[in-house]
Design a protein around this ligand. Sequence first.
Ligand code: ADP
Ligand code: MG
Length: 694
Amino acid sequence: MANVPEIFGSRVFNQQVMKKMLTSKVYKALKHTMEDGTPLNLDAANQIAEAMKNWAIANGATHYTHWFQPLTGITAEKHDSFLTPAPEGKIIMSFSGKELIKGEPDASSFPNGGKRSTFEARGYTVWDPTSYPFIKDHSLCIPTAFCSYNGEALDKKTPLLRSMETLNEQALRVLKLFGNNAKHVTTTMGPEQEYFLVDEKLYQKRKDLKMTGRTLFGAKPVKGQEMDDQYFAAIKPRVIEYMEELNTELWKLGIYSKTEHNEAAPAQHEMAPIFTTSNLAADQNQLTMEIMKKVARRHGLICLLHEKPFEGVNGSGKHNNWSIATDKGENLFAPGNTPNENAQFLLFLTAVIKAVDDNQDLLRCCVASAGNDHRLGAHEAPPAIMSIYVGDELEAILEAIKEGTEYGAKGKSKMSIGVDVLPNIPKDSTDRNRTSPFAFTGNRFEFRSVGSALSISGPNTTLNAILADALKQFADELEKSSNFEEDLNKLVKREITAHWRILFNGNGYDEAWVKEAEDRGLINYRTTPDAMAHYMDPKNVKLYTEMGIYTESEMQSHFDIKLEKYCQVLNIEVGTMLEMVNKDIIPAAFKYMNVLADTEFKMQRVFSLCDAGLNMMKKLNDLINELHIKAEELSSMHEKVKTINSILEKSKNYADSILPQMERVREVADSIEVLLGEEYKPFPSYEDLLFSVQ
Ligand code: ADP
Ligand code: MG
C-alpha cells in the first residue's frame, strides 16, 4: 500500500520544496509573484531556476520543458536537456532564469486560426508561477502560457488567467458595497472526470476506436445499463488495480484524487479530485487525462475519454464544479448565516442566473465539439438547452422575492434582502436533479455539459467572463445608489423576474422539456455548427472584448479552429466508417454467406430445400446490398461536402446531412452483425468491449 502523505506531491516543486531550496528572500519574492503577479528580477529568477534544476536532477530528471496548452485542447511540450558543453569535452547541467521565464518553441504547426503566418510562426511561452512545476517521466515541466509576439493568446491558459483576474476585479467591487473587505477572490474548480476502460487487445481490433475514439458500429448487447447494476457497484479487481496505480501517479503529481467509483454504463468509471483554484485545476485535469491513458496501457487497458464511445449507454462528461472564494476563505456561492451575508449571496446568485440566461449561446459554444454533440441531448446527459436548477427551497425563496409574497409557513413576512435571514436550505435538497446542465449544489454550481475529453479551461473562462460581466453591470448600478438596501432589493427582484425562464427544476431529459424550453424562448443549439454560428454575434464580441478576455481576432481564431476540428473529426469518422464497411463488415458477411450457400448446396442434395438457410441468405443478401448502397451514398455525399469552402457551411453539412447518413449506414451494418455467427463477426462486439474487463 502506498504511503500517501509521503508520496503526495513528491514530483512537484511546491511551496514546501521552494521553502527548503530557496533563500527566504527569494522565496518571499516568488510568493509575491505567485499571489499578486509582482515581477521577479533576473537575479531571483536565476536562483529559482538553479533550485528547480537541482531539485529536478535529484529526482531523476535530465530535461526541462515549457508545458503549455495550445488551442488543440491538449498539452504540448518540447524537451531540452539541462546539458551544456564545458571545457575538455565535459558537460555541466545548467538552467537559467531566462530559460525558466521565457521559451520560444517553433510553434508553426499549432492551430492559430490564421493569426500568424508560417514565416512569423514563433510564439513564445511564459512561465506561469501560479501553477507548480512538476516532473513527468524524465522532464521538469514548467507550466507556461503561450502567446504570439503581439501578445495575443495562442493557448487556453492565458484567457483563463485573464478571466480570473477580471472576475476578481468585478467581484471585489460588489463585495465592497457590502462592506466586505476581501482583498482578492479566486475561482475554484473540481472536475469530476468520467471515462471508460476497455481491453487493449479488443481495442486493437476496432479501427473505429483506434482512429476516432468511439465505436461507429455495434449492435446493442443483450444487456446494457438497464439493470442499474454498475453505478457505485463493487469495483472489479482489474479496475481496482488500475485505480490504485492511477491514484498513486496522481498523488505524486500533487493532484488530490479523492473519489473513485463505477459510473452508470458498463465499463464506465469516474475520478473526482478535491477542488482547487481554477488555473491549477485546469492544468491538473489535463495531466489527469494524460496519466489516465498512460496508466491504462500498463494494465493492458485503454482509457477512452471520448464523450460517447458507445451508443445506447451513457456517455462521459466532466462535471465542472465551480465556485468563488475570497482570500479569507469565504465561499461566495454559499448561503451565509447573517442577513448581510445572505444579501451578498443572493446578489451573486442573481448574477449567475442573469449571466447564464444572457449567455446561453456562449455556454453552449464553450462545450461544443463533435464528440460532445452526441452526448448533449441524447436523453442521458444534460440537454443542449441551458437552464439552472436551484432546488425547491431556493426557488421558493426566489419566487417570494419576485412576487413580493411571503415565504415559508412560519408566519414570516416578505423577504427583505439585507434584513431577513435566509431560511435554512437543506444541503441534500440541492443535489437531487441530475438532469440539469447547471445545478446549484449547496455551495457551488455544477456545470454538467462539459464533455469528458474537453479542456476545462474554455468552459471556466466562459463562466468567469459572463459572471464578471453581470457583476460589473450590478456594481455600475449599485455604486451610484444612495439607498443601497432599497436599490439592492429592487435590482434583485427585477433581475430575477427578467431571467425567471432560465430556472428549471424539472426533468431535463424529458422530451416535453424541449417543447417547454422553446415556449420559454430558451436556445436549443443541437450541434456545434448551430452554436458556433452565433459565437461571433456582436453581443458576444462585446462581452469578451470589454471584459478583456479575448480580442475579436482571438475569437475569430476560436471560431475557425473549432469548426475546422469539427470537420476533421467527421472527415476521419466517415473515412473510417467506409473502410470498416468495405474491409471488415462486407467481407465478413460474404464469408458467412459463403458458408450458408455451401451448406445450402449440400443440403439440397440430401433434402429438397433448407428453408432456414435460404431465408438467412436472402435476409443477409438484402442487407449487404443495402449497406453497399448506403455506404456509396455516404461516400459521394462526403466528396461533395469536402469541396465546400466556407467552414461554417461545411460543418453544417457534416452535421445535417453526413451524420444522419452515417446513422443509416450504421443501422444496416448493425443488423448484419446480429445475423453473423460468432466466429464470423468482423470485430469485437459491444458485449466483448463492455463486459470483458473483470
Ligand atoms: P457529486 O458526484 O455528488 O457531484 P463528487 O464528490 O463526485 O460529488 O464531486 C464533487 C466535486 O465538487 C469535487 O470535485 C469537489 O471537490 C468539488 N467541490 C466541492 N466544493 C467546491 C467548491 N467550493 N468549488 C469548486 N468545487 C467544489
Ligand atoms: Mg457531480
